[in-house]
Design a protein around this ligand. Structure first.
Ligand code: ADP
Length: 627
């Protein structure tokens, strides 16, 4: 039994192919994690790195609390089950299962006990004397599982174990493996390209594409709240329908208009509340991608629905799948056309190819994606709430019927009489007494509570504790250093980022006497000692080119210290006043750095010390976090 932690794991093969990028996950003890994605997305590579069969290029892998990057596969206390069973053909089932234990010199009576127990669990007690070739695919896979079970591993790794089986047997074995997981109470990591296997077996699923993790979530969350268009399309059969549409808010409704190849007007309205978490820029004559699953569209009798013409109907008995074309105008049937709409229905209404039908979209099951990034425009915790704002004569920013003092230079830079808006992230709203708004909704997501606060015809979102209730008032302050001010849609005042990035080189010094090599992050000629482990890591991954590459050094702003003595003397360029936060912009050896300072700060220079232990190192050119 064990937990696992993968932290910023990358795999670059010798030929330069980057198969896995920045893979991070905390796997709890006893979880059943499934890696799923199309062929070549990096699932097996990741699994093999966990097994120790493939070297980790960078990143840390922990099994339990132990860093195992350099631990031999046989010492990792894991067992792996492969697609091709990997059984020894000349050995009996019993011998196949006993083999690993015999190699470890386990006493024969213990081996016998373990093999018999595994055989009982897997229901193969009657086949122990058979050779693999006299067994079916399903039975062989059970033997392979048995061989893993007898080792009592902390973690089971399974690489497409059911791919060689026929559909019916696969379905049976799926249930068997799920039962086995429950019975053994061990952590399972399972690789498959089959989304049905993933959805039915995983407690959590990692969806991957082209070496990148797309989403890590429970099966139901992947289905109900896909984070991007790829995940939305990958999970569910038939696939989610996607359409280019224009969204336009009209009071309490948002109009969704389909892009049609002719002049046909096909549109429907959604209540604004179902899109209230979307950024305002998506709600005013904005083009987005609309997604709706076939099972969330119904064929209705009334005439008010969306008109569509049926092309093909597949009747499956309990339900029918209708392939339709949006609009009344008859169109030629083209596979994958942009106006095709697939409907999964169990209605009693009779309809046939060529019929005109009325479709109704379930308003609580809609999905919308950004056309460029393909990310969902609605997330559980919205990134921002957006408000109109203005600057008054006193240089105060007016929003939410409140006034916020801005630094005079910022107010001046923004000017007045302009179309201003501000973006307020939930993290900018903290309990306090400055403002008070009605709580219209409280939702729980993981261990966070999101309160929706009503203000005029808009909403603002706050992360609150569980004592905040719907219908009550919530009193809060706004952290002004976290808001963004936009003039005509262009950002003029950006929130202060949590981390600061500095460019620099990587150097070493050899101390021949002490027979050691010391590594440094060198920024503007100043050497910050790098932790020895990180120095070796960078050298191992990058080779000698590490001394010629410019790296990005990232430090959490809270870790950047102003010190009395030592450090780097940095002239102060200016001080930014964000009302309840103050920052000094200093010149750190030619690069700007913002540090938080006290309200009465007035020094012309500060000494800044950066601790090499707090620095994350990135190779920007190949987009890789090295440590
Ligand atoms: P999956 O298991 O998702 O099908 P893999 O992890 O096997 O994908 O492979 C991920 C990518 O890495 C693929 O593009 C594959 O071609 C490549 N790859 C796998 N093994 C090697 C290797 N030994 N050398 C170079 N590239 C490899």
């Amino acid at each position: 039994m064990a937990s696992l932690k993968l932290s910023h794991i990358y795999k670059v093969y010798d030929n330069g192919h980057k198969a896995v990028n920045d893979f991070s996950i905390d796997i709890k003890d006893k979880e059943f994690i499934v890696f799923v994605g199309p062929s070549g997305c990096g699932k097996s590579t990741t699994l093999r790195m966990i097994a120790g069969l493939e070297e980790i290029t960078t990143g840390d892998l922990f099994i339990g609390d132990t860093l195992v990057n350099d631990v031999e596969p046989k010492d990792r206390d894991i067992a792996m089950v492969f697609q091709n069973y990997a059984l020894y053909p000349h050995m009996t089932v019993y011998e196949n299962m006993a083999f690993g234990l015999r190699n470890r010199k386990v006493p024969e009576n213990v081996i016998r006990e373990k093999v018999m127990e595994a055989a009982r669990i897997l229901d193969i007690e009657d086949y122990l004397e058979r050779k693999p070739k006299a067994m079916s695919g399903g039975q062989r896979q059970r033997v392979a599982l048995g061989r893993a079970i007898v080792r009592d591993p902390k973690v089971f790794l399974l690489d497409e174990p059911l791919s060689n089986l026929d559909a019916k047997l696969r379905a049976t074995m799926r249930t068997e493996i799920t039962k086995l997981h429950k019975k053994l109470g061990t952590t399972f990591i399972y690789v498959t390209h089959d989304q049905v296997e993933a959805m039915t077996m995983g407690t959590r699923i990692v969806v991957m594409k082209l070496g990148y993790v797309q989403q890590i979530d429970t099966p139901m969350n992947l289905y109900n709240k896909p984070g991007n268009k790829f995940v939305a399309g990958f999970i569910g059969t038939p696939q989610m329908n996607f359409f280019d549409v224009t969204l336009d808010r009209r009071g309490d409704d948002v109009n969704v208009k389909f892009a049609m190849p002719n002049d046909e007007q096909i549109a429907f309205d959604l209540p604004y509340v179902s899109l209230s978490k979307a950024h305002d820029r998506y709600l005013h004559d904005a083009k987005v991608c609309f997604g709706i699953r076939p099972e969330h569209i119904s064929i209705v009798e009334h005439e008010t629905g969306i008109k569509a013409r049926v092309n093909v109907v597949e009747r499956l008995g309990n339900e029918s799948i209708a392939y339709c074309e949006l609009g009344e105008v008859e169109k030629e049937y083209v596979v994958g056309s942009k106006t095709q709409i697939v409907v999964k229905t169990n209605t009693d209404l009779t309809f046939a190819s060529g019929d005109l039908v009325n479709l109704e979209i379930n308003p609580s099951k809609v999905h919308f994606f950004d056309l460029e990034t393909e990310l969902s425009i609605i997330s559980d915790i919205p990134e921002y709430a957006t408000f109109d704002a203005s600057i008054d004569a006193k240089g105060q920013l007016n929003f939410l019927a409140n006034k916020v003092a801005l630094a005079p230079e910022i107010a001046k830079a923004i000017g007045n009489n302009q179309k201003l808006s501000i973006e307020v992230p939930p993290s900018a709203i903290v309990s306090g007494s400055d403002y008070s708004l009605d709580v219209s909704k409280v939702e729980k997501f993981d261990d966070q509570y999101l309160a929706t606060l009503a203000v005029g015809d808009r909403f603002v979102f706050a992360l609150v504790d569980e004592t905040v209730t719907e219908g009550s008032k919530y009193s809060f302050n706004v952290l002004n250093d976290k808001i963004r001010v936009l003039v005509n849609g262009e950002s003029v005042l950006a929130p202060i980022a949590e981390c600061e990035s500095l460019k620099g080189m990587f150097t070493k010094e050899e101390n021949r006497k002490a027979r050691e090599i010391n590594f440094f992050y060198e920024i503007g000629g100043h050497k910050i000692p790098a932790p020895q482990d990180n120095g070796h890591k960078i050298f191992t991954v990058e080779g000698n080119s590490c001394y010629k590459t410019e790296y990005k050094y990232e430090v959490n702003r809270k870790k950047i210290q102003a010190v009395e003595d030592g450090g780097v003397a940095c002239p102060v360029k200016d001080v930014l006043n964000y009302l309840n936060a103050h920052y000094a912009r200093v010149d750190y050896l030619g690069q700007d750095l913002l540090i938080e300072v006290a309200e009465d700060f007035a020094a012309a220079s500060v000494n800044i010390e950066i601790d090499g232990n707090d620095v994350a190192v990135y190779n920007v050119e190949i987009d890789m976090r090295l440590c």
